[in-house]
Write a protein that binds this ligand. Structure first.
Ligand code: ADP
Length: 510
């Protein structure tokens, strides 16, 4: 029998107890946060398609068995959201902001438990999970505040008997599909501005990570957010639920975070109903290191953006370009940094890199490595499945990339750092822009002129110089080209959830 393991975090002791031979029970400070049913119209309801197991990618054990929702459940949730919209859209923004603030407070208060639930179903190290709870809660707080500053215009009139104004009005019921890599924050970035603007929402979280979504609903309910305003349908019937969330006549807007391939399918599904749409899709982020960079700082930044969440984010560095004059030094220092990563179960002490999300992802890493090796790439560290088994893959450094290798052009989405050498600034920019993606790009240089030139010429929605971290609720996050439509975060993030109405008032005596 395995021993009870304890973990100290933020002054609290979390204990994890073995439940049975085949499963591990999460011991939470507040066990009632572990919800397993759909949340529809303020009620916890079973799934019409039975149940489904949620497994821990670090050991394959069952964390919980949840409802398996289907199209009928999704349609019921849309109807509930449409009923709730009638009231929620009409209460003053200030009142909605108070309820969202309550939700924000509860999310932070229970960050330890929400983080533990996330690590159990997603695998990321516990400190990273708890960090995500704070990051996600930031969107709820920011948009609660921002909702009080959404203004229409008074437009100078063109005739003395007329007055011209615009109103900003909530778009309606929002359908939302989110991925497993940020099980909390990707929901918070959509639900925060949607609810703050007066919209109501139906969410289908990723099949792998329903528990993080459901505990957010429990806290929304405790915060006093009325029934039907936020609804979640879980399970593995993504395609049929996706059809409801993109095509139901009572859905006014659809918002999605996930792969470009699935985003295109969902965008087509939205076309018939001309639904408003926001898409946060795949990336292929370059990280360019110029000869004049602070190399140690660039290594730290590159590590942060490459290996965060085991390389499974759409803004993870995908292609590392290093100028030839520093290539040897950079390579050797990057190798040392990668060798220092500690791979393991996200609940274990000091672990910096957890497992991949599932065995499909492991298979994809192996396929990318096989392709690169067969075309002459050099593997300096890692390159194969980790001795811990399950979904663990070794942090890897590959050099000598050529354009015909898959990892030179495709999104890697795993712990493989792929490096190439360049000669000139123009060449680096051209190669960095040579992709159909345009989400995030990073570069390191101490030359202020170059900072400005490169930032202006990179064809990306987000450019990040001399840092590997940029995400924040106060700034817009969105992709160019096939990386997406619209932005999340910042004032742009809430604008997505409003329609503009123009009121032309006539019959006014001057
Ligand atoms: P990832 O590779 O990160 O899982 P996907 O785009 O495949 O990215 O999945 C993102 C989200 O979209 C997940 O919640 C998944 O369940 C859902 N999904 C995948 N395919 C479809 C589909 N055809 N219709 C609706 N949702 C889908």
């Amino acid at each position: 029998m395995s021993a009870i393991s304890y973990l100290q975090y933020g002054g609290k002791l979390l204990a994890f107890l073995p439940l049975s031979e085949s499963g591990t029970m999460l011991k939470l400070n507040d066990p009632s946060l572990l919800k397993t049913k759909n949340f529809i119209d303020g009620q916890w309801v079973p799934g019409s398609a039975g149940t489904i197991d949620v497994t821990n990618p670090a050991n394959g054990e069952v964390v919980a068995t949840t409802a398996n929702g289907d199209a009928a459940d999704a349609a019921r949730a849309v109807e509930a959201a449409a009923r709730a919209f009638k009231h929620w859209s009409r209460i003053p923004a200030k009142q909605r902001a108070v309820l969202l603030r309550n939700w924000f407070n509860l999310l932070l208060e229970h960050a330890d438990d929400l983080g533990a639930i996330m690590t159990a179903e997603q695998g990321k190290p516990l400190a990273e999970s708890i960090g995500e709870i704070g990051y996600g809660a930031g969107f709820i707080e920011y948009f609660a505040e921002e909702s009080k500053r959404v203004m229409g215009d008074t437009i100078p009139t063109i005739a003395n008997d007329r007055r011209l104004q615009t109103y900003k009005q909530p778009v309606g019921v929002v359908g939302c599909i989110t991925p497993w890599n940020f099980p909390n924050a990707m929901i918070a970035r959509k639900a925060g501005p949607a609810l703050a603007s007066g919209c109501t929402i139906v969410i289908k979280p990723a099949t792998e990570t329903p528990l993080s979504a459901l505990c957010m609903c429990e806290l929304a309910d405790r915060a006093g957010i009325p029934k039907g305003v936020i609804n979640v349908v879980v399970g593995d019937n993504s395609q049929e639920i996706g059809k409801v969330l993109t095509q139901h006549k009572k859905i006014s807007k659809f918002t999605f975070t996930g792969s470009t391939a699935v985003g295109k399918i969902l965008m087509k599904q939205c076309a018939d109903g001309v639904k408003k749409i926001s898409l946060e899709l795949g990336g292929n982020a370059p990280f360019i290191v110029f000869d004049d960079a602070d190399i140690d700082a660039a290594i730290a930044d590159c590590m942060a953006t490459k290996f965060r969440n085991c390389g499974q984010t759409c803004v993870c560095t995908n292609r590392i370009y290093v100028q030839s004059g520093i290539a040897d030094e950079f390579t050797s220092k990057l190798k040392t940094a990668i060798e220092a990563l500690k791979v393991g179960d996200g609940f274990a002490d000091d672990v910096t890199i957890g497992p991949l999300v599932n065995m499909t992802a492991v298979g994809e890493m192996k396929a990318l490595m096989k392709d690169a090796k067969s075309k002459g790439a050099e593997i300096l560290v890692g390159g194969k499945t980790h001795e811990l088994g399950h979904c663990f893959f070794e942090p890897t450094l590959v050099t000598g990339l050529t354009p015909d290798m898959r990892m030179a052009s495709e999104e890697i989405f795993g712990p493989i750092a792929a490096m190439q050498v360049f000669e000139t600034e123009d060449e680096a920019i051209e190669r960095a822009n040579d992709t159909e993606f345009g989400l995030a790009a990073y570069f390191a240089t101490r030359d202020i002129g170059r900072v400005m030139r490169v930032a202006e010429r990179l064809e990306y929605g987000i450019v990040c110089s001399n840092s590997g971290v940029f995400s924040t609720e106060v700034a817009p996050f969105g992709g160019w080209k096939q990386s997406g439509l619209g932005s999340e975060g910042g004032k742009e993030g809430i604008a997505e959830f409003f329609e503009t109405k123009f009121h032309s008032m006539g019959g006014i005596e001057s």
